[in-house]
Ligand binder design. Structure first.
Ligand SMILES: *Cc1c(COP(=O)(O)O)cnc(C)c1O
Length: 378
């Protein structure tokens, strides 16, 4: 089955009993048992719910994994994965990891004795250099947020195997439509489904797919014990969004390519970060491991004042955190998504005050170009 077909026919489709084409929303907490300990697959909806299960089967198929899990947010998914580790374990993270992940790891999970190092994983030698005898996992994002840095998945998987590490990939930016980390040797892939998978700025959700029964048991044990599950309504809404992921990603790809060409012509704009540009550091590696470049672009307009002016005057770019929606979104990472990262660390990472990040949506690209230009030159 090819990707666009799998988006429609993957997982569990419809309802056998009634012929309903859409999976029903099982708005239920508990299930009648035929006898003590004799249930029909479901006991209690924290443990498992048929609507959530249909979504979990779909993301499992899309990522080519062993089992999928749906959580109430991307952060709940990441928290559950990290809670499968033990006190004293050490994990190596991509240095410009999502701000919320950095905050979780450095301010919450650390209190429970999980240790972390943040390294530039775009050079796998940095990962190897950070491995200690307590290291249990390597966790990467590729492309990263907001500088679109690329990590070589095959090389990282090899290294993880050599040191017996669990290899975890946050695949939010590429989505399973363009990139399947498990095929490149990752063990766990996770998503903020709030972004491209949902795609319509109307649901907050997180997904995890694992490649083995052992990891499935570990993640499900934490899910069931800590309870950060996705409800049936949101599970349904997310499946509805995923059905159009293919056409959305194709159209976003084309819009983004054209917007980058437009930006390259503007003298006010410098340092365009987009993995589709041959001049981008990770272009070759990204092209090998992903089928598309996605809709994220970051670029520098010089100063915080200029960035602020653009943000105040655009009409079709919604000033908002988040990404991956049908609406084009615009943000200044230093003051928004990455505000939780200390200023000196932001400077280290190259997240300048004039850095603007856009998530290209599905509007007519000519309107987006005109709109950006009038805001920039106001
Ligand atoms: C948004 C995001 C998250 C967090 O997901 P939520 O659904 O907002 O909890 C994690 N990783 C990346 C790359 C994200 O963009």
């Amino acid at each position: 089955m090819r990707k666009k077909t799998q988006l429609i026919h993957g997982g569990i489709t419809g309802d056998e009993k009634t012929g309903a084409v859409s999976v029903p929303i099982y708005q239920v907490s508990t299930y009648a048992q035929d006898g003590v300990g004799q249930h029909r697959g479901y006991e209690y909806s924290r443990t498992g719910n048929p609507t959530r299960f249909a979504l979990e089967e779909l993301i499992k198929d899309l990522e080519g994994g062993h089992r999928g899990f749906a959580f109430g947010s991307g952060m709940a998914a990441i928290t559950a994965v990290l809670m499968t580790f033990n006190h004293g374990d050490h994990i190596i993270f991509t240095d410009d990891v999502y701000g919320g992940t950095y905050r979780l790891v450095s301010k919450v999970i650390n209190r429970f004795g999980l240790e972390a190092s943040f390294v530039d994983t775009s050079d796998t030698a940095n990962i190897e250099a950070a491995v200690t005898d307590r290291t249990k996992a390597v966790y990467v994002e590729t492309p990263t947020n907001p500088l679109l840095k690329i990590t070589d998945l095959n090389q990282t998987a090899e290294l993880a195997k050599k040191h017996d590490l669990t290899f975890i990939v946050d695949n939010t930016f590429s989505t399973p439509y363009w990139q399947n980390p498990l095929e490149h040797g990752a063990d766990i892939v996770l998503h903020s489904a709030t972004k491209y998978l949902g795609g319509h700025s109307d649901v907050v959700a997180g997904l995890v797919v694992v490649n083995s029964e052992q990891l499935a048991e570990d993640v499900h044990f934490v899910l069931n014990s800590s309870g950060g599950i996705l409800g049936p309504q949101d599970s349904w809404l997310l499946m509805r969004g995923i059905k159009t992921l293919g056409i959305r990603m194709e159209e976003i790809e084309e819009n983004t390519r054209q917007f980058v060409e437009f930006l390259q012509e503007l003298p006010e704009v410098t340092d365009i970060y987009y993995p589709g540009l041959p001049s981008h550091n990770g272009h070759d590696v990204h092209t090998k491991q992903a089928g598309g470049n996605g809709g994220m672009i970051s670029f520098d307009v010089g100063t915080a004042e200029k960035a602020d002016k653009v943000l105040r005057h655009v009409n079709y770019f919604t000033l908002a955190e988040s990404l991956g929606a049908v609406e084009s979104l615009i943000s200044v990472p230093a003051q928004m998504t990455h505000a939780s990262i200390p200023e000196d660390r932001r400077a280290e990472l190259g997240i300048t005050e004039g850095l603007v990040r856009v998530s290209i949506g599905l509007e007519d690209i000519e309107d987006l170009k005109e709109d950006f230009l009038q805001a920039l030159r106001k």
